[in-house]
Ligand binder design. Structure first.
Ligand code: PLP
Length: 398
């Protein structure tokens, strides 16, 4: 007898993974350069040189038994201090090591937060569409709670506050916020965050318990032009921040991130302890030791993001010229145009016939859209543009 929900998850890959595997199979047949794989968010720019230097320095200078040994469950003290110092410098906060819990990337940080806040299966976590699909898995199958989807505001992908307010009730534990957003590339404005904070403050008072924000921030530093990302704990103290170095430092395979528990959160000591307890229950033991040390040295740095800015500009301009409708992304490395037929899965299948791999918006709770992940070489985009154009012609656009 097996756990049927995890069995089902193991038997069925996500659409993104399916497309990624399809791309690999096609590459073996037609050549890698003839497959236009925009399916997965695997950064293609190298990690900054400082990461490589840090790895060599650490391996050369430190006692291997220490470098590769277990650390405290919450992460090495000096690592958390270094990250707190960097946050304090950038955001004018006053965090210390005890505000931070090092994790195996943002996925673990999120799983830990959902687990820490779940008291009963009826507890609800509000997920704003379009959303990162794994939230549903982490909430439902990981924490045993109930995800509730808030429909998207298609015009600009900011928050539909009427739809959100209508879904908040006494069972609501938290709202998951992801800005810069995967898949839309939208950055929530200061105004949006302030409005969200006011709504949650009012609802927390009405229901007599805090409604938290879980702020999922793996793309915090990936913004273009003069866009800025509001630092949510400064606006709404009952926020748990889930951060990852996967995208900012191009280290997705190394699995390193953290949960930030701000000192101002209600019942700080208990909340931090619940985060530690959740990490223990989920069997994380400690985040990877070598990459904790790398994070301590490189926190606040980024890989060279200029290629993403170039890709965004090229894709946005070209797709609009071809007649696609699209909100201009200001962050992350995704663009989320409308598909040229209402059935986004049919559109994705049609694109596949040209070896163009885009993910249907339905997977992110926003049907009628496609996610194009542009963390690829600019040349791949240049060579894919005629295919986007051909699709537009197939559909009689313009
Ligand atoms: N949250 C979002 C919005 C993501 O896009 C991703 C990865 O793509 C994650 C979380 C998981 O990130 P990590 O690799 O740090 O676990």
């Amino acid at each position: 007898m097996l756990n049927q929900s995890v069995l089902a998850l193991g038997q069925k890959r996500s659409t993104i993974r399916e497309l990624f595997e399809f791309g690999n199979q096609r590459a073996a047949v037609v050549g890698r350069e003839n497959v236009f794989d925009f399916s997965i968010g695997n950064p293609n720019v190298p990690a900054p040189d400082a990461v490589k230097e840090a790895i060599f320095d650490i391996l050369n200078a430190e006692d291997p038994a220490v470098t590769h040994g277990y650390t405290s469950a919450q992460g090495a003290d000096f690592v958390r201090q270094a990250i707190a110092d960097d946050l304090n410098r950038r955001f004018g906060t006053a965090y210390g090591p005890n505000n931070l819990y090092m994790t195996v990337g943002a996925a673990a940080a999120l799983s830990i937060c959902f687990k820490a806040l779940t008291c009963a299966p009826t507890d609800e976590f509000l997920v704003l569409a379009p959303y990162f699909p794994e939230y549903l898995v982490f909430i439902r199958d990981g924490a045993g709670a109930t995800p509730v989807v808030v429909p998207p505001r298609i015009a600009d992908f900011q928050i539909d506050f009427d739809a959100l307010a209508a879904r908040i009730n006494e069972r609501t534990r938290a709202v998951v916020v992801n800005s810069p957003n995967n898949p839309s590339g939208t950055v929530y404005s200061e105004e949006t965050i302030r409005q969200l904070a006011a709504l949650l403050t009012e609802k927390s008072e009405a229901y007599g318990h805090p409604i938290y924000i879980i702020s999922d921030e793996p793309y915090r530093e990936l913004v273009y032009g003069d866009e800025t990302v509001p630092f949510i704990p400064q606006v709404y103290p009952n926020t748990l921040v889930c951060y990852s170095y996967s995208k900012s430092l191009s280290l997705p395979g190394e699995r390193i991130g953290y949960v930030l528990v701000p000192g101002e959160i209600v019942d700080f000591a208990e909340t931090y302890a619940a985060v530690c307890g959740a990490g223990r229950v989920l069997g994380y033991v400690n985040a990877p030791s070598l990459f904790q040390r790398v994070a301590a040295r490189c926190t606040g740095m980024t890989a060279d993001l200029s290629v993403y800015a170039r890709n965004r500009d090229l894709l946005y301009k070209s797709l609009i010229e071809m007649g696609y409708s699209c909100v201009k992304p200001t962050g992350a490395f995704y663009i989320f145009p409308q598909t040229l037929e209402a059935d986004d899965r049919a559109f994705s299948e049609r694109a596949k016939q040209y070896d163009l791999l885009v993910v249907p918006g339905s997977d992110f709770g926003a049907p009628g859209h496609m996610r194009i992940s542009y963390c690829v070489k600019t040349e791949t985009i240049e060579r894919a543009l005629p295919i986007f154009e051909r699709l537009a012609k197939d559909y009689g656009v313009k």
